[in-house]
Design a protein around this ligand. Structure first.
Ligand SMILES: [Zn+2]
Length: 231
């Protein structure tokens, strides 16, 4: 079986990527990053998702220095997470350098274990406008990892896979439900509380994704959500 590293945050998108990689027959090696995120309980969720799939080799990497660098409401708790909906501006939940660092470390891990693919749940459609989720960045990173690695020089076999990059949140949820992705074990809220806030960008996108499928989200929210109501 060919090996794939899957960047697993514990959120809905990355959990769906595990489901997709599994369906495609990859031997999955999840990697999860502790980066000082206020919603650090997502790491525990990532553990549960890996367990659900019977994966024992789950790499959890400490990159708390990203939190020390700061510049994001996700890592600097004195900056409030916005709850006023998506705008055209890049919101303060953007974490400078996050996917550059994550994909670099995932590349290192892939090279060490001999993986041929790195799955990441970046999405450039129903998203917050983060520059490091765009296809241009992934294409550039794909070129970079082949230039930077022994694998790239010898057999050119490592590539970043982004199966949901052009999908809407509703399409992702639809696909995940068909694949039996354990969404009850995932978390998406930026606020880092036990129950999802239902108001941050990430919650709003997630709620809309389930509603468009005439489904209700199996996780708990702090505020009542009318799953049959208008979008
Ligand atoms: Zn939220």
């Amino acid at each position: 079986m060919k090996k794939a590293v899957v960047v697993l945050s514990g959120g809905l998108d990355s959990a769906t990527c595990v489901g997709i990689a599994k369906k495609e027959g990859w031997d999955i090696y999840p990697i999860t990053f502790l980066y000082g995120q206020r919603h650090q309980h997502e790491v525990e969720k990532a553990r549960l998702i890996a367990q659900h799939y019977g994966i024992s080799d789950h790499k959890i990497v400490d990159v708390q220095f990203l939190g020390d660098i700061g510049g994001s409401s996700l890592t600097n708790h004195s900056i409030d997470v916005p709850t006023s909906g998506l705008t055209d501006d890049i919101p303060n939940t953007y974490v400078p350098g996050r996917n550059l660092i994550f994909l670099s470390l995932a590349t290192a891990y892939a090279e060490v274990i001999g993986a041929e693919a790195i799955f990441t749940g970046v999405n450039a459609l129903d998203y917050s406008g983060y520059p490091d989720c765009r296809p241009e960045f992934i294409q550039s990173m794909n070129e970079t990892i082949l230039l930077a690695t022994k694998t790239g020089v010898t057999d050119n076999k490592l590539s970043i896979q982004t199966p949901i990059i052009h999908k809407t949140k509703a399409e992702i949820v639809e696909m995940g439900m068909k694949l039996g992705v354990p969404y009850h074990l995932t978390t998406s809220c930026y606020q880092g509380m036990e129950k999802a806030c239902g108001e941050c960008d990430s919650c709003l996108l997630r709620i809309e994704g389930f509603k468009k499928n005439q489904a209700s989200d199996p996780i708990e929210y702090q505020i009542p959500i009318d799953w049959r109501g208008s979008l």
